[in-house]
Design a protein around this ligand. Structure first.
Ligand SMILES: C[S@@+](CC[C@H](N)C(=O)[O-])C[C@H]1O[C@@H](n2cnc3c(N)ncnc32)[C@H](O)[C@@H]1O
Length: 247
């Protein structure tokens, strides 16, 4: 997507993120699962954002670290109660991850955030960097949607979500099946002007993620359809996958 980089999503959504997405995924289930897996060891969240998941995790007494490319998202996290206790690095999670003595017990990337990495190559690099920063037997947890089979020739959509007398909001997407990418923008139009909130994802099916993990030396240990142990089946639309580093 022309003009879009690692910080673009966060920079354009930070002002509305907590209002729009506070319950976009299962916070309680995520926090419980990650805390159990960590068993007191340090945890790293990739794409930590405004701390929607990291802050409740830190409140459970865990040492929580994060990385995010968007200073605007990180500023919001730091301004919240408890935000100063979370160690955050501003950077691209494909390349950089904080280090802790002995390695992280758990690294996780929630709610489709892995797909914010724009190419298969960046996603592979992410798996390799994660593997290098986990302690022996540590877990990498990925939550993502299961992409549906490639659609027919219809690759673009425009869906209105608000049509008021003084404001229109359009959700615009264009899908590129050959590269498994989707370009999108939430376009708010008022008499004062137009506000674009762009996003871009590179989606991957679970078997592709498993082979990226295997190439990094991580083994799939469990896959569920959610954070509460829901069985994963061929009809599941989401997955929570737990990969393990060698003991
Ligand atoms: C959908 S938000 C998720 C935030 C948080 N994990 C949550 O669940 O609420 C995605 C986050 O990933 C960050 N992000 C996207 N691409 C990134 C990249 N390549 N490197 C680091 N952070 C990135 C964005 O700035 C944003 O804060």
């Amino acid at each position: 997507m022309e003009g879009f980089d690692a910080s673009s999503y966060g920079e354009s959504f930070a002002d509305v993120y907590d209002d729009w997405y506070s319950d976009v995924s299962d916070v309680e289930g995520t926090v419980t699962t990650i805390a159990e897996l960590a068993a007191g060891a340090p945890v790293l969240e990739l794409g930590i954002g405004t701390g929607r998941l990291a802050l409740p995790l830190a409140r459970r007494g865990l040492e929580v670290h994060g990385i995010d490319a968007s200073p605007a998202m990180v500023d919001r996290l730091r301004a919240k109660p408890g935000g100063e206790a979370v160690a955050v690095v501003v950077g691209d999670f494909a390349d950089v991850a904080p280090r802790v003595e002995g390695g992280f017990g758990v690294i996780f990337v929630a709610y489709n955030t892995l797909f914010n990495l724009p190419s298969a190559e960046a996603q592979r690099r992410c798996f390799a960097n994660v593997a290098a920063r986990l302690r022996a037997g540590g877990a990498f947890v990925v939550e993502a949607f299961v992409p549906s089979p490639e659609p027919d020739a219809t690759t673009g959509t425009v869906t209105p979500s608000v049509v008021d007398a003084n404001r229109v909001v359009l959700h615009v997407t264009r899908r590129h099946p050959a590269t498994q990418t989707v370009d999108g923008s939430i376009v708010s139009i008022t008499e004062d002007g137009i506000r674009l909130r762009p996003w871009h994802i590179r989606y991957a099916r679970p078997p592709e993620l498993d082979s990226m993990a295997a190439a990094a030396g991580l083994t799939l240990e469990q896959r569920h359809a959610g954070w509460r142990g829901e069985p994963f089946t061929s009809a599941s639309t989401r997955h929570v996958s737990i990969y393990r580093a060698p003991a």
